[in-house]
Design a protein around this ligand. Structure first.
Ligand code: PMP
Length: 375
C-alpha cells in the first residue's frame, strides 16, 4: 500500500501529510480495542519504568506474566489453566505442536486445507496451502491436510495422531465458519483417540467474533488454545494454553521443553492485560452482533457475490483479485483502510477495531460501495 502512517488512535490513522484514514483492518485483528488505548499506554509506561527484560523467560517470577496468565485463565474454561507466553502466533503454534508430541508420544499432526497457523518452518508445515508451503520443502514429516468441516475426515484421526490443529474460524480462507455439529464431532473423535484438539484463536479470538473466544459459540473446549495478535494489546505476544497436566509434559526429559528469551516479555504482558481488561470492562463485545448486522445490511451491491461474517470479521467476495485490488485502492484514496486475504484472492477483508461506531460503519460502507460502483 506504500502508506506511511505517523500516528494512530482509536479507529483512525494519519499519514505524514495529515490525511486521516478509518481503519477497517486493525493490523489484522491485533488492535481489537483500537489503536493506542490509554490504559495500554499507561501499563507500558509503568512496567517499563519498573523493569523490562530480566532473564530468559521462566527463571525469575515476573509478576506481569503471572498476573496476565491468571487473568486469562479466569476467562477460560477451568481445564485451560496453564499459560505459556510466546513472542508470536507462530511460536504459539510451534509450542503447541511440541507439547502435543511430547504429551502423547505420537508424531502425526492433522491440520486443514486453507488453514493458516504461521510462517516458521513447523507452523508452515501445517498451513493448508501448497503455494505457500512448497518453496520451503523439506518440511515436517507426518502431517496430513484434510478437508475442513467434513465428517468424512474424522475417521483419519487415529491412535497415531498427536493433535488436530484447526482455526476455530478459518480466517485467511476468507472467514469460513465450520458447522457446530462438525466441531463437536471433531472434539468427540479427538477424545476417543486420545488426540489433543488444538484450536487456533490467534485471529478469531479475544472478542473478534462477539464472544471472548470463538469456541464458546460451539460449546466445545479444546485441549490447547492458541492466542496471539490482540493478546498483547498492540505489543508482540502469543500464548499456548492447556491444562496444567498437559503443560507439565514440557518440564521433563528434556527439562526445558520450550525455551524463549523474549516470550512473555513483561512489558508486552502488562500491555496485553490492560488491553484485555479494557475489552471486557468497557463492554466492547456487547454491540458486535448489531454492528455485524449493519455491515451485512449495507454491503449489498450487484458487484458483491457474497458476504461471509462472524462478528466483526467479514469477507466481501467480489468477481476476482483485480476487482478486489481496485476497490482497496479506491478505499485508501478515500480514507478507508481495507485489505485482502492470503487464501481468498477474490475477497476484501473487513476486521475493524471492535469500537467502530454505527456512524463509522455507514461512512466506511459508503466508500466501499462507491468503489464497487466504479468497477
Ligand atoms: N494463526 C493464525 C490464525 C493467524 O492469523 C496468524 C497470523 N496471521 C498466525 C497463526 C501467526 O501469527 P504470527 O504472525 O504472530 O506469527
Amino acid at each position: 500500500m506504500a502508506l506511511e502512517i505517523v500516528k494512530a488512535k482509536g479507529m483512525y490513522m494519519w499519514d505524514a501529510d495529515g490525511k486521516q484514514y478509518l481503519d477497517l483492518i486493525a493490523g489484522i485483528s491485533v488492535c481489537n480495542i483500537g489503536h493506542c488505548h490509554p490504559a495500554v499506554i499507561s501499563a507500558i509506561r509503568e512496567q517499563s519504568e519498573s523493569y523490562m527484560h530480566l532473564l530468559v523467560y521462566g527463571e525469575f517470577v515476573q509478576s506481569p506474566q503471572v498476573a496476565y496468565a491468571k487473568y486469562l485463565t479466569d476467562h477460560l474454561p477451568a481445564s485451560l489453566n496453564s499459560v505459556y507466553f510466546t513472542n508470536s502466533g507462530s511460536e504459539a503454534t510451534e509450542g503447541a505442536m511440541k507439547l502435543a508430541k511430547r504429551h502423547t508420544g505420537r508424531t502425526e499432526v492433522i491440520a486443514f486445507k486453507n488453514s493458516y497457523h504461521g510462517s516458521t518452518q513447523g507452523s508452515l508445515s501445517i498451513i493448508g496451502d501448497e503455494y505457500w508451503r512448497n518453496a520451503y520443502r523439506p518440511l515436517l514429516p507426518d502431517v496430513q491436510h484434510l478437508q475442513h468441516n467434513s465428517m468424512d475426515m474424522l475417521a483419519q484421526i487415529t491412535h497415531r495422531t498427536a493433535c488436530v490443529i484447526a482455526e476455530t474460524i478459518q480466517a485467511e480462507a476468507g472467514v469460513l465458519a465450520p458447522e457446530k455439529a462438525w466441531l463437536q464431532a471433531l472434539r468427540k473423535r479427538c477424545t476417543e483417540t486420545g488426540t489433543l484438539l488444538v484450536l487456533d484463536e490467534i485471529q478469531c479470538g479475544l472478542g473478534r467474533n462477539g464472544t471472548l473466544w470463538a469456541f464458546e459459540q460451539y460449546d466445545v473446549v479444546p485441549d490447547i488454545v492458541l492466542a496471539g495478535k490482540a493478546l498483547g494489546g498492540g505489543m508482540p505476544l502469543g500464548a499456548f494454553i492447556a491444562s496444567r497436566d498437559v503443560m507439565w509434559s514440557l518440564t521433563d526429559k528434556p527439562v526445558l521443553g520450550h525455551i524463549t528469551t523474549f516470550g512473555g516479555h513483561p512489558v508486552a504482558c502488562a500491555a496485553g492485560m490492560a488491553g484485555m481488561k479494557a475489552l471486557i470492562e468497557e463492554n466492547m463485545m456487547v454491540g458486535i452482533p448489531d454492528k455485524e448486522r449493519l455491515f451485512l445490511e449495507l454491503l449489498k451491491h450487484p458487484n458483491i457475490k457474497a458476504v461471509r461474517s462472524r462478528g466483526l470479521m467479514l469477507a466481501v467476495e467480489l468477481e476476482d483479485f483485480p476487482a478486489v485490488k481496485k476497490v482497496i485502492a479506491h478505499c485508501i484514496a478515500n480514507g478507508v483502510i481495507t485489505d485482502w486475504f492470503l487464501f481468498a484472492a477474490n475477497a476484501i477483508r473487513i476486521v475493524p477495531p471492535l469500537i467502530i461506531t454505527e456512524d463509522e460503519i455507514r461512512k466506511a460502507c459508503a466508500v466501499i460501495l462507491a468503489g464497487l460502483d466504479a468497477l
